[in-house]
Design a binder for this molecule. Structure first.
Ligand code: TYC
Length: 102
C-alpha cells in the first residue's frame, strides 16, 4: 500500500534516476620528455584504444598541446587520472593527465 510520503519518495528517486550524470573529459597534456611510444601504451592500456586510434590521439596531443582520451562520470574519470598518473610516475615520465567538466 502506498502512502503519500512513499509516493513522494519514489518520485524523488525517479527524478534522480533520469537526470543525466555530470560528465568529465579526461585529457593528456603534451610535454617535451615523455616518449611517444609510452603515450601510445597509456592510451591502449587505460582507454582501450587500438594502435591507430592511440597514435592519432598521441599526435594530436603532441601537435596541439592537449587532447581528449575519453568522457566519463566523475568517479570513473578520477580513477583514470589516478591510474595514468601513477603509471607515468612509476615509469619516471612527466606525462600529465587531467580531468575537466564537459
Ligand atoms: N612531445 C612528446 C615527444 O616529442 C610526445 C608526447 C605526446 C608527450 C603526448 C606527451 O601527452 C603527450 N616525445
Amino acid at each position: 500500500m502506498a502512502t503519500r510520503i512513499q509516493d513522494e519518495g519514489s518520485l524523488a528517486a525517479q527524478r534522480e534516476k533520469v537526470k543525466p550524470p555530470r560528465m568529465f573529459k579526461v585529457l593528456l597534456l603534451n610535454d617535451d620528455y615523455t616518449p611517444m611510444e609510452f603515450v601510445i601504451v597509456v592510451l591502449r592500456r587505460f582507454f582501450s584504444m587500438d594502435a591507430e586510434q592511440a597514435t592519432r590521439i598521441m599526435l594530436k596531443v603532441h601537435n596541439e598541446g592537449r587532447g581528449v582520451c575519453g568522457m566519463y562520470p566523475r568517479d570513473v574519470a578520477a580513477t583514470k587520472v589516478e591510474q595514468v598518473s601513477a603509471f607515468a610516475r612509476q615509469s619516471q615520465h612527466p606525462l600529465a593527465c587531467v580531468m575537466e567538466e564537459n
